[in-house]
Structure formats: C-alpha cells, structure tokens
Design a protein around this ligand. Structure first.
Ligand code: FES
Ligand SMILES: [Fe+2]
Length: 330
C-alpha cells in the first residue's frame, strides 16, 4: 500500500480482539505491524503498546492485577486507562521511580469486539446498518489470520457469483447467473439488494428460494449481509478485516452472526448459525489466500470485470475517493 493509504488506515478504527479473548484479562492484536496489548475486563478495557518500556517484553504474556497490567519479566504494574507505571517491585519503598508509561490508544467495545485506532480517528466509528435494533442477538465468531488484503476479503464477502463454485458444500445447488442490480451510496456506505434462488439446500440455515439479501459495506472494510426469509425472520452475517502487517498483505478476519427477535421466536439458534457461517467462511479461505495480487487493485483497468462485479467496481472507486478525501483533509 502507498503512504497515503497507510496513513489513512492508521487513523481508522479496527477490531483487535474479541471481548471473550479477555477472559484472563489480557489479549493482543496487530494493526499495520504494531503489536498492541488489550487488558482489563468487559467494563474497563485498555489498549496499549504491546511491549514493556523497561526491557521490551511482550505484554501479552503478562496478567492483570485488579485494573493494572503486570509485566511478566520484572513485575512492573501499569494502570488501566492511562497506562501509567504505578509500581516497580525492585525499588525499595520510598525511592523515586522512573517516569514510565505505556502509550495508550483510543478504545471502543462494540459487537463483542475490542476496537482501536493507532491515531486520532479520521472516519466515524463504523456501525452495522440501522435495521439492527434491540431485538437482535449478535455474537462474534472465532477470528482467522489470512494472507490477503483487506479489500480482497471485503470483495469476496459481497461476491455472489462464487457461491455455486465455492459454497456448494454449505449452500447447495445455487444458480450461477447474477441478476442485474444497482449499488446505492450513502456517505461511505455502499449497499445493494438481491433475491435468492437455489435448487437444493443441504443445511437448514442455507438460504432458500424467496429470501432477500441486503448487502452493506461501510468503508474501508465493514461488510454485512442481512437475509430476510419469507416468514419475516432475519439473520445477519458480518465481516471485518484488520490489516495486521504494514504492507496490508495480511489480515485478521473478524466476523459476526446475528438473529432478530422474529427469528428467535421462530426457534433460531445463534450457536448453530455461527457454526454454519464458520463453515461458509472456511470455504472461502483457500480462494482469498491464493489470489494475485493479494490486495484488490484500485486501478480498474488491471483486471477484467462483468456486471456481477458492479459492487466491487463501486467499492474500488469509492475507496479511491476516500483516499483522495483523506489526502485533501489530512
Ligand atoms: S521488561 Fe517489563 S518490567 Fe522489565
Ligand atoms: Fe464466499
């Protein structure tokens, strides 16, 4: 990625870990090659530099003591929230201690995920589409580390033309043609809708004829699909991609599944849906890890497109506009 894109992504919110990964109080993640440590509990979570300022040990190996983080090497304690060093056990009581702090980063909890941003956020915090209300239950699945770019993964998520070839195992015999569709734009969000026709569905979660699919992507990488059944129940699958290396060629794939109140009343089981969506994602992995280039190119002339790729074209164009906007405002 070029310097402008790298700078923009330093100013972008990304998920780092699941709240569930904090069960013992400490988790970690990478954004653009920087390791960050996450510590605390559901009520009070801090994101800080991943290595101790004393001798550089990875703080993900540490543990929490109350709301502080203890370095595993010499036991320095760093406060929650500020990252300030509050105790150095090797110093006799009453001696002055060096002024040491962990650099901390903006932190948010949303959708069961801990999010952070390396610099002051440039874009608003991304949200799922407005149809999500209090009746929904949403949970994150187990994340994956993948050798591909963030845009490549986002385009894969919205790509319907691959279903019959990649997802026959989970989705059954899906029709190959993609009906013409329109892409709508609202700020940095793109959306499109389509219906579903499938001859044979091997799983009770697979989409059946008469279902409606609503796709949303909030740039740069928060993608979701709402599936509405003829009976009115809705379910959701969403994907988020965190660039973990500074060249943008590796990502951490986070994802969510959800069901609305109607589906819950109809007996939908979120754990089963998470298991189904996990299988679908795993079918995609050999594809997205074996594409060249590893990141979707913004130059539209470097690949061949069809009408089914309309969304990807709109996404690449809008992404280029986002870079322009960042360049002029930053
Ligand atoms: S390396 Fe962390 S306390 Fe010494
Ligand atoms: Fe897929």
């Amino acid at each position: 990625m070029d310097q402008i894109e790298y700078n923009l992504l330093r100013h972008t919110w990304f998920p780092l870990a699941r709240l569930d990964d904090l069960k013992d109080g400490v988790a970690s993640g990478h954004i653009l090659g920087e390791e960050l440590v996450v510590y605390g509990d559901g009520g009070n979570v801090t994101v800080a530099q991943g290595h101790c300022p004393h001798r550089g040990v990875a703080l993900r190996l540490g543990r929490t003591r109350g709301d502080t983080l203890e370095c595993p090497y010499h036991g320095w304690l760093f406060a929650g929230g500020t990252g300030r060093c509050v105790r150095i056990p090797s110093l006799p009581d009453g001696t002055g201690k060096p002024n040491a702090s962990l650099r901390t980063f903006p932190t948010r909890i949303a959708y069961g995920l801990v999010w952070s941003c390396l610099e002051e956020p440039f874009l608003p915090f991304p949200r799922l589409p407005r149809y999500i209300d209090d009746s929904w239950r949403i949970a994150p699945g187990s994340p994956y580390s993948l050798r591909c770019g963030m845009r490549q993964l986002t385009e894969n998520f919205r790509d319907k033309a691959h279903f019959p070839f990649v997802h026959a195992g989970t989705m059954g015999d899906v029709e190959t043609t993609v009906a013409p569709y329109r892409v709508l734009q609202d700020g940095w969000e793109l959306s499109w809708s389509s219906s579903w026709r499938s001859a044979n569905t091997p799983s009770r979660f697979a989409t059946e004829p008469g279902h409606r699919l609503d796709y949303h992507v909030t740039l740069p990488m928060f993608a979701s699909i709402r599936v509405t059944s003829p009976s009115g129940g809705q379910r959701l699958v969403a994907q988020l991609a965190t660039p973990v290396t500074s060249d943008g060629q590796r990502v951490r794939q986070f994802w969510l599944a959800g069901v609305d109140g109607v589906s819950i009343d109809q007996g939908a089981d979120l754990a089963d849906i998470l298991d189904y969506e996990r299988q679908v994602f795993e079918e995609d992995h050999p594809i997205v890890e074996n594409q060249l280039p590893a990141e979707a190119p913004l130059d539209l002339h470097s690949q061949v497109h069809t009408g089914a790729d309309k969304f990807s074209i709109a996404y690449r164009r809008r992404y280029a506009e986002l870079l322009e906007e960042y360049k002029t405002r930053a």
